[in-house]
Ligand binder design. Sequence first.
Ligand SMILES: [Zn+2]
Length: 158
Amino acid sequence: MTLAGHDDVPVTTRRLRITEALDLDLGTERWACNRCGADLGPAAGNYKEACLLFDRDPRDIHGRFPGDPEFSFSPHPDWCRIIEMYCPSCATMLDVEYLPPGHPPTHDIQLDLPKLRARLSAEGAATEVGLQAEPARAPEPARAPESGLRTAEPGRAS
Ligand SMILES: [Zn+2]
Protein backbone atom coordinates (compact mmCIF):
# COMPACT_ATOMS: atom_id res chain seq x y z
CA MET A 1 0.00 0.00 0.00
CA THR A 2 1.32 3.44 -0.90
CA LEU A 3 0.35 7.02 -0.32
CA ALA A 4 -1.51 9.01 -2.94
CA GLY A 5 1.04 10.95 -4.92
CA HIS A 6 3.87 8.95 -3.33
CA ASP A 7 3.76 5.66 -5.19
CA ASP A 8 7.23 4.71 -3.99
CA VAL A 9 6.59 5.45 -0.30
CA PRO A 10 4.75 2.75 1.65
CA VAL A 11 2.42 3.98 4.38
CA THR A 12 4.49 2.22 7.03
CA THR A 13 7.55 4.41 6.36
CA ARG A 14 5.70 7.69 5.93
CA ARG A 15 6.13 10.57 8.31
CA LEU A 16 3.12 12.52 9.44
CA ARG A 17 3.36 16.10 10.63
CA ILE A 18 1.84 16.34 14.10
CA THR A 19 2.86 19.89 15.01
CA GLU A 20 4.73 22.60 13.16
CA ALA A 21 8.12 20.97 13.83
CA LEU A 22 7.21 17.50 15.09
CA ASP A 23 6.72 14.44 12.91
CA LEU A 24 5.55 10.93 13.68
CA ASP A 25 7.46 8.22 11.79
CA LEU A 26 4.83 5.57 11.11
CA GLY A 27 7.41 2.92 10.26
CA THR A 28 9.32 3.12 13.52
CA GLU A 29 6.53 4.68 15.63
CA ARG A 30 8.97 7.29 16.90
CA TRP A 31 8.89 11.06 17.12
CA ALA A 32 11.19 13.00 14.82
CA CYS A 33 12.16 16.61 14.31
CA ASN A 34 10.85 17.56 10.88
CA ARG A 35 13.65 20.06 10.32
CA CYS A 36 16.67 17.79 10.83
CA GLY A 37 15.15 14.31 11.26
CA ALA A 38 16.55 13.82 14.77
CA ASP A 39 14.96 10.96 16.69
CA LEU A 40 12.89 12.24 19.64
CA GLY A 41 11.95 8.96 21.26
CA PRO A 42 9.12 6.44 21.03
CA ALA A 43 5.72 7.75 19.90
CA ALA A 44 4.12 6.10 22.92
CA GLY A 45 6.21 8.38 25.14
CA ASN A 46 6.65 12.10 25.58
CA TYR A 47 8.92 13.60 22.90
CA LYS A 48 9.77 16.44 25.31
CA GLU A 49 11.92 14.02 27.31
CA ALA A 50 14.34 13.99 24.36
CA CYS A 51 14.39 17.79 24.05
CA LEU A 52 16.74 20.39 25.38
CA LEU A 53 14.84 22.44 27.94
CA PHE A 54 15.41 26.10 28.72
CA ASP A 55 13.91 27.26 32.02
CA ARG A 56 13.17 30.94 31.46
CA ASP A 57 12.40 33.61 34.02
CA PRO A 58 9.04 35.07 32.89
CA ARG A 59 10.42 38.57 33.50
CA ASP A 60 12.87 37.94 30.64
CA ILE A 61 9.93 37.30 28.29
CA HIS A 62 7.36 39.82 29.51
CA GLY A 63 9.08 43.16 29.58
CA ARG A 64 8.21 45.87 32.03
CA PHE A 65 5.90 48.68 31.01
CA PRO A 66 7.77 51.63 29.62
CA GLY A 67 7.63 54.53 32.02
CA ASP A 68 6.35 52.32 34.87
CA PRO A 69 9.02 49.65 35.43
CA GLU A 70 7.36 48.26 38.56
CA PHE A 71 4.55 46.68 36.50
CA SER A 72 4.33 44.15 33.66
CA PHE A 73 2.22 41.19 32.51
CA SER A 74 4.89 38.79 33.79
CA PRO A 75 3.83 36.00 36.18
CA HIS A 76 5.89 35.96 39.39
CA PRO A 77 8.99 33.79 38.79
CA ASP A 78 8.51 31.99 42.14
CA TRP A 79 5.13 30.70 40.87
CA CYS A 80 5.60 30.29 37.15
CA ARG A 81 8.45 29.40 34.82
CA ILE A 82 8.48 29.47 31.03
CA ILE A 83 9.92 26.23 29.70
CA GLU A 84 11.10 26.21 26.09
CA MET A 85 11.68 22.87 24.37
CA TYR A 86 14.25 22.57 21.60
CA CYS A 87 15.35 19.83 19.23
CA PRO A 88 18.65 18.48 20.67
CA SER A 89 20.14 18.29 17.19
CA CYS A 90 19.17 21.48 15.33
CA ALA A 91 17.77 23.64 18.18
CA THR A 92 14.40 24.23 16.49
CA MET A 93 11.89 25.31 19.12
CA LEU A 94 9.26 22.58 19.45
CA ASP A 95 7.07 23.91 22.24
CA VAL A 96 6.75 26.45 25.07
CA GLU A 97 4.91 25.90 28.33
CA TYR A 98 4.07 28.04 31.36
CA LEU A 99 4.55 25.72 34.34
CA PRO A 100 4.97 25.92 38.11
CA PRO A 101 8.68 25.75 39.09
CA GLY A 102 9.92 22.15 39.07
CA HIS A 103 6.90 20.79 37.19
CA PRO A 104 7.93 18.33 34.45
CA PRO A 105 6.93 19.15 30.85
CA THR A 106 3.39 18.01 30.13
CA HIS A 107 2.69 14.87 28.10
CA ASP A 108 0.18 16.58 25.85
CA ILE A 109 0.34 14.51 22.66
CA GLN A 110 -0.77 10.93 23.19
CA LEU A 111 -1.84 9.25 19.97
CA ASP A 112 -3.81 6.03 19.72
CA LEU A 113 -1.26 4.39 17.42
CA PRO A 114 -3.17 1.15 16.65
CA LYS A 115 -6.29 3.17 15.76
CA LEU A 116 -4.25 5.62 13.67
CA ARG A 117 -2.55 2.77 11.79
CA ALA A 118 -5.91 1.06 11.18
CA ARG A 119 -7.45 4.28 9.93
CA LEU A 120 -4.59 4.98 7.54
CA SER A 121 -4.73 1.43 6.20
CA ALA A 122 -8.50 1.64 5.74
CA GLU A 123 -8.24 4.92 3.88
CA GLY A 124 -5.59 3.47 1.63
CA ALA A 125 -3.84 6.77 1.44
CA ALA A 126 -2.70 8.95 4.29
CA THR A 127 -2.51 12.66 4.06
CA GLU A 128 -1.11 15.09 6.54
CA VAL A 129 -4.43 16.94 6.41
CA GLY A 130 -6.18 13.78 7.56
CA LEU A 131 -4.64 14.09 11.01
CA GLN A 132 -5.70 17.65 11.61
CA ALA A 133 -8.78 18.41 13.64
CA GLU A 134 -10.21 20.66 10.95
CA PRO A 135 -10.01 20.21 7.21
CA ALA A 136 -7.50 22.40 5.46
CA ARG A 137 -9.02 25.43 3.81
CA ALA A 138 -7.79 27.38 0.86
CA PRO A 139 -6.28 30.71 1.92
CA GLU A 140 -8.45 33.80 1.59
CA PRO A 141 -7.72 35.67 -1.61
CA ALA A 142 -5.69 38.80 -1.03
CA ARG A 143 -7.75 41.98 -1.29
CA ALA A 144 -6.54 45.43 -2.00
CA PRO A 145 -6.73 47.59 1.10
CA GLU A 146 -8.99 50.62 1.24
CA SER A 147 -6.06 52.95 0.72
CA GLY A 148 -5.76 51.86 -2.89
CA LEU A 149 -2.45 50.09 -2.33
CA ARG A 150 -2.19 46.81 -4.17
CA THR A 151 -1.20 43.52 -2.60
CA ALA A 152 0.66 40.72 -4.31
CA GLU A 153 -1.62 38.12 -5.83
CA PRO A 154 -1.23 34.67 -4.28
CA GLY A 155 1.01 32.32 -6.18
CA ARG A 156 2.54 35.05 -8.28
CA ALA A 157 6.06 36.32 -7.69
CA SER A 158 6.42 40.06 -7.86
ZN1 LIG B 1 15.96 19.09 14.68
